[in-house]
Design a binder for this molecule. Structure first.
Ligand SMILES: Cc1ncc(COP(=O)(O)O)c(C=O)c1O
Length: 215
């Protein structure tokens, strides 16, 4: 069977390969601490399990609007208002099946062949494959340890070309743990605005901060 070029051109996730290997080693009796997939080391909390069971029992098993139910969108709007001081309307929210799916959708709707996506490195492994799937080219910019692995406005400006379309921001970052301050974000934002770039901001680790940084 012939696969489409775009499918043949992507590589498997190294994270999932590492996880499979760690599980296999554990099964054979080797003591392993796995830094592969980012799963909690505790079971799903009881109230979450109960809510899922109740929803199924209550008949919540039919098609929903593709972008998410209004009730869920309202809960997301409330989260942004309460925790981030941001105001959104329901028609600005789209719910997907996890962060991977959201990012895939974002690159699909924003990018096409001929576009460039600025990707600060080190980066989470799947960004590159998702960018490739959209037909765009990833422009990988190495960040430096002395800057806490954070891109400076000068470094950003130096890689912008007329083809630049999207800037990928991941703060707090997987894998570096780097967190941009409000001032650093504003300085990058100025350069991005000047050049009319769209920001794809992956804030999946918003709650995993272990010092006193605040928005
Ligand atoms: C930075 C980052 N974004 C997105 C994801 C994927 O999230 P999800 O499991 O919700 O698809 C991960 C998972 O490792 C991640 O590290």
């Amino acid at each position: 069977m012939r696969l489409a070029e775009r499918a043949a051109g992507i590589s498997p996730s190294p994270t999932l390969s590492i996880d499979a290997k760690a599980k296999q080693m554990k099964a054979s009796g080797v003591k392993v601490i796995s830094f592969g997939v980012g799963e909690p080391d505790f079971d799903t909390p009881e109230h979450i399990k109960e809510a899922a069971i109740e929803a199924i029992k209550g008949g919540d098993t039919r098609y929903t609007p593709a972008g998410g139910t209004l009730k869920l969108k309202q809960a997301i709007i409330e989260k942004f208002r309460r925790e981030n001081g941001l105001e959104y309307q329901a028609n600005q929210i789209v719910v997907s099946v996890g962060a991977k799916h959201s990012l895939y959708n974002a690159f699909q709707v924003l990018c096409q062949p001929g576009d460039e996506v600025i990707l600060p490195a080190p980066y989470w492994v799947s960004y590159l494959e998702q960018i490739k799937l959209s037909g765009a080219e990833a422009v990988i910019v190495q960040t430096r340890e002395e800057n806490g692995f954070k891109l400076t406005p000068e470094e950003l400006r130096a890689v912008i070309t007329p083809k630049s379309r999207v800037f990928l921001l991941n703060s707090p970052s997987n894998p570096t743990g780097g967190v941009y301050s409000r001032e650093e974000l504003a300085a990058l934002g100025d350069v991005l605005l000047e050049n009319n770039l769209t920001i794809v901001s992956d804030e999946i680790y918003e709650k995993l901060m272990y010092d006193a940084w605040s928005m």
